[in-house]
Design a protein around this ligand. Structure first.
Ligand SMILES: C=CC1=C(C)c2cc3[nH]c(cc4nc(cc5[nH]c(cc1n2)c(C)c5CCC(=O)O)C(CCC(=O)O)=C4C)c(C)c3C=C
Ligand code: FE2
Length: 418
């Protein structure tokens, strides 16, 4: 077993990018200069730097599936499948076996004989392939007794504009990789292994994030509105992290031990309307500074990690973080402690007939129980969040993502052989 395969946290093992800075380069970094400030004369990389992105791997086997606590990769594909008529439990089990074997090979960077060679030459590039089951899966496989209570349909939120054909599904696969070809290759293999006899593609969403190494030092990514997004996510070091995100070993149903529930929402951003807002208004809508993500309660100072002070008043005596600011409405403190792990990708699917970008966020929220995570928070946001005026929720899904497979097992085996 390699050092990377032993890594239990699903943070990819990565050959670190180390920079050798000359005096001028260091000055450029401190001044926050971009582009030319980081010219080759000032910034020299170790010769291994480029290979490091490709060589990082996330173990496929383990108590938990990869792609949950793994930092969101540069490319993502979210796909849902419906079981083919007559596939039943036997067909589903055979499919999960094929998918798990293929995922094991690909996440280790191995290319099977006869492969289409799309990913040849590339390393694993932090590839993760994560499998989940939708509510409709259980009746089709005669497993209704194993249907988790937590898979109850999400409530209708008043401002939802959901497209049924792009929502839900029997099976869900999340693919992430730091290389676009590696991610596409995995998608193609998963689709081919489904074949016509087992499952058919229901919907697909393609996303992206910043590429590792694109910033001088690792930074929280930005979304397509330009905001630093992901700051106040639960941290793996929090005492409550595991109980918030993962189903405990004593949880019900038993086959979900070590698993998690994924809420998937395709949220289109009204970027033209957003771009028309002044910077000051944009910052008020979120409650954080756009440039560096510092909370507005920190005044002109602070940094992204400065704790938010919801009681802070500005010079006019008004709340520094407005009553309808996104972070105030979404905070666990405003929702009886409800919290989720947000792990998102941006998407851009061209331009609509009116010229507006068809772009936004593939929002994936992970939690041990959606009723203590996404549901209460979205209820509150739907009515009282200043940001919701600039968003349209167009697709939705809720999936039970079982724990990981042990060596020689396949994902979902405990359910399918129960
Ligand atoms: C139901 C949950 C949430 C949805 C849907 C959602 C959509 C959404 N959010 C942003 C941008 C930001 N969100 C931020 C923080 C934040 N968002 C949620 C929940 C949902 N967001 C939570 C729980 C939090 C953390 C609140 C806190 O504890 O402070 C931020 C601030 C930076 C951060 O902490 O990540 C931004 C920016 C967009 C653009 C969006 C839909 C497209
Ligand atoms: Fe948010």
């Amino acid at each position: 077993m390699t050092e990377q395969q032993q890594n239990p946290s699903h943070a990819p093992s990565r050959v670190s990018r180390r920079y050798v800075l000359g005096a001028a380069g260091a000055a450029g970094l401190i001044a926050g200069g971009a582009g030319g400030a980081f010219g080759a004369a000032q910034l020299k990389e170790e010769p291994t730097a480029l290979a490091s992105v490709g060589s990082s791997s996330v173990p496929f086997y383990g108590n938990r599936q990869g792609g949950i606590t793994t930092p969101a990769q540069a490319r993502g594909h979210l796909v849902a499948f419906d079981l083919a008529a007559g596939a039943g439990r036997k067909g589903a089990a055979a499919l999960l076996k094929r998918w798990s074997r293929a995922a094991e090979e690909m996440t280790a960077g191995r290319v099977p004989p006869g492969d289409n060679q799309i990913a040849l030459d590339a390393g694993p590039s932090s590839l993760t392939v994560t499998f989940g089951f939708g509510r409709s899966f259980f009746a089709k496989t005669a497993l209704a007794k194993q249907l988790p209570d937590a898979l109850a349909p999400l409530p209708d939120f008043p401002s939802d504009e959901l497209v049924a054909a792009h929502s839900n599904g029997d099976l869900w696969v999340q693919i992430g990789a730091d290389d676009a070809l590696v991610a596409f290759h995995a998608l193609r293999v998963i689709q081919k292994e489904a074949g016509d006899g087992a499952a058919r593609l229901r919907w697909q969403m393609n996303g992206f994030n910043r590429t590792p190494g694109a910033t001088a030092e690792p930074r929280t990514a930005r979304n397509l509105m330009g905001q630093v997004d992901g700051t106040d996510n639960p941290k793996q070091t929090d005492a409550t992290f595991n109980e918030r995100v993962f189903v405990p070993s004593s949880g019900s149903p038993e086959w979900m031990a070590g698993g998690s529930y994924a809420v998937v929402r395709r949220i289109r951003m009204l970027l033209d309307a957003w771009d028309d807002l002044s910077l000051e208004r944009q910052e008020k809508v979120i409650g954080r500074r756009k440039s560096d993500g510092a909370p507005l309660s920190a005044g002109k100072g602070g940094t992204e990690t400065t704790p938010v002070d919801l009681d802070k008043r500005d010079a006019d005596g008004l709340p520094a973080i407005a009553a309808d600011a996104h972070i105030r409405v979404a905070k666990p403190e405003s929702n009886s402690g409800a919290a989720m792990l947000r792990r998102t990708f941006s998407y851009h699917d061209g331009f609509r007939d009116d010229g507006a970008p068809d772009a936004g966020l593939l929002f994936v929220a992970w939690q041990a129980d959606p009723l203590k995570g996404f549901v209460p928070v979205q209820r509150k946001l739907d009515g009282g969040d200043g940001l919701s005026r600039f968003l349209r929720h167009e697709s939705s899904g809720l999936f039970a993502v079982p724990g990981g497979a042990g060596k020689g097992e396949y994902v979902g085996q405990r359910l399918l052989e129960s």
